[in-house]
Design a protein around this ligand. Structure first.
Ligand code: OXD
Length: 309
């Protein structure tokens, strides 16, 4: 029995090291090295070549190497009887909460403006927004969204959230479903996207929805680039409806050199680093799922292929 790490263009050496340290006798392959496909019962995946999992006749489960699973589920040729799981990790959630809080504060305290001013040696105090006067709306109240909401509320922001179905989240006013989306957007000064990418959420931030945000609202996307229609976002920033955006994720990554986001003065670009899986921290849960799969037990953090998260 073996694990195969199936990725494209990702350095997996830290994963190999962490798996070896935790389970020295377990055979772990790193695709595309030569491997005994019959022996592979469990795969770790990130951006795998479409259709490849059909080549492993004894595969029982595929685990994402991160929180998202859209990169697995977009493969139309996944084997039907394989369980898909994802990573849920305290460090990942904490890192995401810290990063989003930093971005929101960067916006409300106007820190990018001071960076521009420093280049010109300009001593020019600017007005700023106090946290309690700013309504942050989080789209997506899963594990990450809930933790981000808690940290923002602790800092003092007024936090609301939008989810597919109604739920209770401490200190968060929750809006649910399509019926309450407009009300949610209307009451959001800083919109944070933390939705899973599914057919229902692809392109959800477009000119119709973004226009419903109040004049001067700000957008933070730390979910997937495909949630946003890039041209619509740029148009609404350029026509003054939106104050700007912080984007960590993009439809194409790395962001192409000629993409207008790179040079837009009101767009802050980071290279998909909001929260990065630490193999050493998550290998225990990966191996626990591997063991469960071998014994035919239910896995943890299983994803519904139908719902897409
Ligand atoms: C993830 C990510 O899904 O890093 O974990 O985007």
């Amino acid at each position: 029995m073996a694990i195969s790490i199936v990725t494209q263009g990702k350095d997996v050496s830290a994963w190999l090291q962490a798996l070896k340290a935790a389970r020295p006798n377990l055979k772990v392959y790193a695709h595309p090295e030569e491997e005994d496909k019959n022996a592979v019962t469990f795969a770790l995946a990130w951006n795998h070549p479409s259709g490849i999992f059909r080549q492993y006749p004894n595969l029982k489960a595929i685990s994402s190497m991160g929180a998202g699973v859209d990169h697995i589920l977009r493969d139309p040729n996944l084997p039907e009887d394989v369980t898909i799981a994802r990573i849920i990790d305290e460090d990942l959630s904490q890192d995401m909460a810290e990063f989003v809080t930093a971005l929101v504060l960067q916006h409300t305290r106007g820190l990018q403006q001071y960076s521009r001013q420093q280049k010109e040696q300009q001593w020019q105090p600017q007005p700023y927004k106090r946290a309690r006067g700013v309504r942050v709306g989080i789209m997506g109240l899963g594990v990450l969204g809930t933790q981000v909401a808690a940290m923002l509320a602790q800092v003092g922001f007024t936090v609301s959230g939008w989810a597919r179905h109604a739920k209770e989240v401490t200190q968060v006013q929750v809006y649910a479903g399509a019926e309450e989306q407009a009300e949610f957007l209307k009451n959001t000064d800083v919109l944070v996207c933390l939705l899973p990418l599914t057919d229902a959420t692809r392109g959800i931030l477009n000119k119709e929805t973004l226009r419903q945000l109040p004049q001067g609202a700000y957008v933070v996307n730390v979910a997937r680039g495909e949630h946003i229609v890039d041209e619509d976002l740029i148009d609404l920033i350029d026509n003054g409806h939106l104050a700007g955006a912080s984007l960590d994720v993009f439809g194409q990554e790395p962001l192409p050199q000629d993409h207008p986001f790179w040079s837009h003065p009101k767009v802050f670009v980071t290279p998909h680093i909001a929260s990065v899986t630490d193999p050493a921290s998550v290998v225990p849960q990966v191996l626990a799922n591997y063991d469960r799969a071998q014994k035919g037990e239910a896995l943890q953090n299983v994803v519904s292929q139908k719902k897409g998260y």
